[in-house]
Write a protein that binds this ligand. Structure first.
Ligand code: UN1
Length: 526
């Protein structure tokens, strides 16, 4: 079962409720629970699912509740109680809880990174980075508690004040993916919480352990129990949260297909919805680029996190003059990447998250071949020794990929890079833009004019100059255009607008009826 949170730390304010004992459905497995209505509890149905290490499927992390609508119902009821209390807590006090969350994440960074790598595979350097992104988000949110600004502006009438301010909204449904098991929940929940909302959190079923530890930390830091609910399970749990009439705000990161159906429900129910979805991000390398830099950038962008980032570099657009040289060097370097258990020193690339993800990558390799692209690296499962126990796949590169081909257009979410040759800057930009997604883009060049053209002409939410497509910083707005998003941004200062409702107040202290737009107008001073 989930280990009760240590309260020995000086930062602990109140001991969170301990998890109840439960009969393990799989002999010897640790049994974890939901956190609903202030208690660690099993699913109402008693059903569970197993969480396994994708680098070694014989390593069972534990079992988690396979929840259903009944559990979601209880969670929403409790979160409403939490909201009633938390929304009245002063925002600086709310921010202070998040500062303590940041302190606890700092203290437990290595431990969380280790359990996260065990659960989803990316190497320890990356899971430490994931925790760091959560720490950065916590400390940023903590200061926002003292800055949730509105505006006071002049009224057009005498003896009258006009001002805007923010109000909390209610219960937020938070649905998160496996690839950033800590960072993405923090991007959503910290702003939601500092704005005074309560959260019903449904993490991806591949990473329930990280989510459990995250909620333990929130409670240890002093978040009142009803304010956060953790409901484990599969897509039907997310669907029940999205469709619940008392969840007015939904934030989702995941596939464009799932985002579309969430959007349909939220549209019908007039809900506020933030979507972060697919990407087909390109790194463009122009003839004048620093090739060493470009090479390091594409290896990190394409094969970091085994290509399982929505910001991953899945297309490499090479100008003719550097095409052959860079491609040859890239193929050589890709072959030297060390695959393995992310918890082992020296591993560059971990496994894919599960077998279905690996099968999807295999399908795209077949599609690439059928489309006539030239496979120049990888293309098969990585096998032999310990690799046989996990979902490993070789870093894969296709050359001569045709712009417009499925391989070049569709999100694969794996270690597959498509190389497209172009003649000119204009052609490179056109190829970059000719996809339905628009999250991040990258241009390697020494030309300042082309750099600024890229910033203004590439249709993505983020453009990097001389840096890879991954690595957005937590204190800047994050999100994409076209079918990557729906216009909202996470991170930075903008996300606080999503999680708060703007209200306007007018105070008339003239003692008379003053009629706006009628009794005064510009140009008629006393
Ligand atoms: C994601 O892949 O869903 O910019 C998020 C980056 C990370 C976040 C990725 N900071 O690559």
């Amino acid at each position: 079962m989930a280990s009760p949170v240590s309260t020995e730390s000086g930062t602990a304010r109140s001991a969170p409720p301990a998890a109840p004992p439960a009969a393990p459905p799989i002999a010897g497995a640790r049994v974890f629970h939901n956190f609903i209505a202030g208690q660690w509890t099993a699913a109402a149905s008693g059903a569970t699912f197993a969480d396994v290490n994708p680098a070694d499927t014989s390593d069972l992390i534990g079992t988690f509740p396979r929840s259903g609508p009944e559990d979601v119902e209880r969670a929403v009821r409790s979160a409403q109680r939490g909201f009633a209390r938390w929304s009245r807590t002063p925002a600086p006090v709310r921010g202070d809880v998040l500062r303590r969350v940041g302190d606890l994440l700092v203290a437990r960074k290595d431990e969380i990174a280790d359990l996260m790598t065990r659960e989803m595979g990316k190497p320890l350097a990356e899971t430490r980075g994931d925790v760091q992104e959560g720490i950065d988000t916590a400390y940023y949110a903590a200061t926002v508690g003292r800055q949730l600004a509105g505006r006071t502006v002049p009224s057009e009438l005498r003896a009258k004040w006009a001002m805007s301010y923010r109000r909390p909204i209610g219960v937020c449904g938070i649905i998160t993916p496996f690839n950033f098991p800590l960072a993405i929940p923090t991007w959503k929940m910290f702003p939601a919480l500092v704005c005074g909302n309560a959260c019903v959190f449904k993490p991806a079923e591949d990473v329930p352990h990280t989510a459990t530890v995250f909620v333990e930390i929130l409670l240890e830091a002093g978040l009142p129990p009803d304010v956060v609910q953790l409901v484990h399970g599969e897509g039907d749990v997310g669907a029940a949260i999205v469709a619940h009439p008392d969840v007015p705000v939904v934030s989702f990161t995941g596939s464009t297909e799932t985002g579309r159906s969430i959007g349909e429900v939220c549209g019908r129910m007039h809900k506020r919805l933030s979507l972060e979805m697919g990407g087909k991000n390109a790194q463009i390398v122009l003839d004048d680029a620093d090739l060493d830099l470009a090479l390091d950038g594409v290896l990190w962008g394409a094969f970091g996190t085994t290509g399982q980032r929505c910001t991953a570099t899945s297309r490499l657009i090479l100008q003719r003059g550097v095409h052959d040289t860079l491609l040859a060097r890239l193929v050589e370097r890709a072959a030297g990447l060390r695959l393995g258990d992310g918890r082992r020193e020296g591993t560059d690339v971990g496994p894919l998250i599960h077998d279905a993800a690996r099968r999807k990558v295999e399908e795209y390799v077949a599609i690439g071949r059928a489309e006539g692209a030239q496979l120049v690296a990888g293309g098969a499962r990585a096998t032999g020794g310990a690799l046989d126990r996990g979902f490993f796949f070789q870093p894969t590169i296709f050359a001569n990929v045709r712009a417009g081909a499925r391989l070049e257009q569709e999100e694969i979410f794996g270690p597959v890079l498509s190389v497209i040759r172009v003649d000119t800057v204009d052609e490179a930009f056109a190829v970059n833009n000719d996809v339905r997604y628009g999250l991040s883009s990258s241009v390697y060049t020494r030309d300042v004019t082309v750099s600024f053209r890229a910033l203004s002409e590439l249709d993505t939410g983020i453009t990097y100059i001389n840096a890879p497509t991954i690595g957005a910083e937590a204190h800047l707005p994050f999100g994409g255009v076209k079918q990557t998003g729906n216009g909202h941004r996470e991170g930075g200062w903008e996300v606080y607008d999503f999680y708060s409702e703007t209200k306007v107040g007018y105070v008339d202290f003239s003692g008379t009826l003053q009629r706006a737009q009628i009794d005064t107008y510009l140009g008629t001073p006393d």
